[in-house]
Design a protein around this ligand. Structure first.
Ligand code: F6R
Length: 261
């Protein structure tokens, strides 16, 4: 697991966008795993800027979102399928239908989850997965106690996650859905490269467990310690509880540029 402590969200966006740019140059048909929430916004803004400058194209690329609320009407602005369109997909040149998400409105939920796993597999798997992390250590919506081998399924959101996400629902925690469909930890672990972004003090405890804690379903993101290629991009506030912070800084500063992330 590589830990990079950045100046700010702008630097985080640049480092992640460099990796995505290189991937698209090597493989125009790359499959991207797209997180919603606040953490990846700087990455999406940087990718949009590069697209507008004619530096990258998503014309042949595919995308899969991580999760979706259950029970939101299809025209609800906080539906993750709508959010990812607004913040990223509609601002670049993905082909129509190239970005998919789990169907939170499906009548038959288990079948919809299985279909989502099949679609990811049929696309050849995710080449690069962007992740945020919840204050309770979730990735996608794999809440504490999630099986480390889980696949796409329905989950109940913790009270903490609903409180954290109430800001998107007019600060009304009761307006945040109680259930979601989410890629499982086992699903995410099959992505070839994972870039996890965390900024701000509220993420410091989860980041401490992710990077330096024991692997445990109580802090689901810790499963990433078993992944061979994970890059964790942090700001100072999110890194403040890390023990080996000086080592992470020195390692990144002395890294040869050709290595990338
Ligand atoms: C969103 C997702 C979640 C968020 C996490 C952090 O698709 O899967 O795991 O990444 O809740 O959210 P933000 O970035 O808003 O702090």
């Amino acid at each position: 697991m590589e830990v990079v402590i950045c100046r700010d969200a702008g630097e985080i966006g640049g480092i992640a966008a460099d990796a995505i740019t290189l991937l698209l140059q090597r493989k125009a048909t790359a499959v991207l795993g797209l997180a919603t929430g606040s953490s990846p916004l700087a990455i999406y803004d940087e990718l949009v800027a590069r697209h507008e400058a004619g530096e990258i194209s998503f014309r042949q690329a595919r995308g899969f979102t991580l999760d979706e609320y259950v029970g939101l009407p299809v025209d609800h602005p906080e539906r993750y399928r709508t959010v990812i369109d607004t913040v990223f997909v509609s601002r670049v040149d993905f082909a129509p239908g190239a970005v998919q998400g789990p169907d939170g409105a499906a009548a038959a939920i288990p079948a919809a989850c299985e279909a989502y796993e099949d679609a990811i597999r049929a696309a050849g798997g995710v080449d690069l997965q962007i992740l945020g992390i919840g204050t309770d250590g979730h990735i996608a919506f794999n809440e504490p106690g999630s099986s480390l081998a889980s696949r796409t399924r329905i989950k109940t959101l913790t009270r903490q996650t609903r409180i954290d996400n109430a800001r998107f629902f007019g600060d009304d925690v009761d307006a945040v859905p109680t259930h979601c469909l989410t890629q499982g930890l086992g699903t995410i672990m099959q992505a070839r490269h994972v870039i996890l972004v965390a900024t701000g003090r509220s993420k410091a405890e989860a980041v401490h467990h992710l990077v330096e804690g024991p692997v445990s379903a109580m802090w689901p993101a810790t499963v990433l310690q078993h992944h061979p290629h994970v890059t964790v991009l942090l700001d100072d506030a999110a890194a403040r509880r890390l023990q080996l912070v000086d080592y992470y800084r020195e390692t990144y500063q002395s890294k040869p540029a050709w290595q990338g992330i």
